[in-house]
Design a protein around this ligand. Structure first.
Ligand code: FE2
Length: 385
């Protein structure tokens, strides 16, 4: 997505006969976005990618709406929810709207499950844990802080080196994740003012194609429904691919923060956007350097978006009472800002060690019962002093 990558064996000319050593044809497959007008990749497979030996729908728990949830400043401690399962089954949705869903996962087991999200691109923030993402595009190792961007319809699995302490934040989006336009020059390259550059983005390395026939189950997620498609050949049979559409990752620790003489607004923290939301990274940084600067943010009403913050580490500059795994929701049109004492405490302070991921959605989010289950009921009163 951010740049062109080419791996493995490719024919010199697209859409021409490309033969294996035995004379049979590779199967060309194009994966495209926005019809045929957006980013795309062309893959060359050993076997035909279409068709299933059989399929069935799996009975899986669906997000439980909380329709009478108050529209209020909310704080919920996601770590307090009992969670278990593999990287698919452990997902617990806290917030959603028609464009996205925001879930966490405490992964407690590895599985051989292959997974394909047919309707949503995914951003997986690895809060805790390390391992490898295996996909049709190859192997992509990840570690604490990685933000895996997984295009819709990628067939993949996450394997963790240890299951002692794995915590993920998973954002599913119906429209693709893209780099913010204000970081890119006319050529599409990340410009000198961007907080990260192409060198910071890591992509999968293609592995030898698996020429295996048999029965290969793939879990296919379609909205809130989950199907098992049993494929007749292993989907990791790609001998080569090239294009702009592939999984990639950016370590939040590689994000170079911007600091101003006075407080800079959230767009300087932006890392990704879709048609319906913006994602920002908050990372350790020195504070603003005007002698009288107030580093804590001013109170603000984000009238066009719901603001979600996921707290990943360090003490967050403007909030008290939040812990690792906390999530706050500040609905659109409701003024929010530092709690009593935080503005004063920030003046003259040297910097912050916070790590947090912010998701601003342009349409209102609906809480699920997981919010109710982990709610800090006193949060709305925390500004009263
Ligand atoms: Fe805010």
């Amino acid at each position: 997505m951010p740049f062109y990558v080419r791996q493995g064996e490719l024919p010199r000319v697209k859409h021409t006969a490309f033969r294996k050593a035995d004379g049979s044809l590779y199967r060309e497959e194009m994966v495209s976005t926005r019809g045929f007008s957006g980013a795309y990749t062309t893959r060359y497979r050993l076997n035909v990618p279409s068709g299933a030996v059989r399929q069935r729908e799996l009975a899986v728990p669906r997000p439980e709406p909380w329709p009478e949830a108050p529209v209020l400043w909310s704080h919920f401690k996601t770590f307090e929810l009992a969670q278990e399962g593999d990287f698919v089954g452990a997902r617990a949705v806290f917030l959603s709207n028609e464009s996205c869903s925001i879930a966490t996962a405490r992964v407690t087991r590895n599985s051989e499950t292959l997974f394909r999200n047919a309707c949503a691109s995914e951003l997986v923030f690895v809060h805790r844990g390390q391992g490898v993402m295996e996909s049709e595009f190859g192997a992509l190792p990840f570690d604490v802080g990685d933000q895996l961007v997984i295009p819709r319809a990628t067939t993949y699995r996450l394997h963790f080196d240890s299951l002692a302490d794995v915590r993920l934040l998973i954002l599913e989006s119906r429209s693709p994740f893209e780099l913010p336009a204000h970081y890119r020059n006319q050529a599409g390259q990340l410009d000198e003012g961007a907080p990260f550059c192409e060198r910071d983005l890591r992509h999968p390395v293609l592995q030898p194609p698996r020429d295996e026939r048999g029965e290969f189950p793939v879990l296919v997620k379609h909205g809130d429904r989950l199907f098992e498609h049993v494929l007749p050949s292993h989907p990791f049979d790609v001998a080569g691919w090239d294009g702009y559409l592939f999984p990639w990752t950016l370590d939040i620790k590689a994000f170079h923060p911007k600091v101003g003489r006075i407080h800079l607004p959230p767009p300087v923290h932006a890392v990704l956007r879709t048609e319906a939301l913006v994602v920002c990274d908050f990372v350790p940084r020195p504070y603003d350097f005007h002698p009288d600067a107030v580093p804590a943010p001013y109170y603000h009403s984000n009238v066009d978006s719901d603001e979600v913050l996921y707290y990943a580490g360090g003490e967050f500059m403007s909030r008290k009472g939040v812990v690792e795994g906390s999530m706050t929701l500040h609905p659109a049109g409701m003024p929010h800002g530092p709690q009593p004492g935080r503005v004063e405490a920030s003046i003259g302070a040297a910097g912050t060690q916070e790590y947090a991921v912010m998701i601003d959605t342009f349409a209102p989010l609906r809480p699920t019962l997981n919010v109710k289950r982990t709610l800090d009921a006193a949060y709305a009163q925390s500004w009263l002093g």
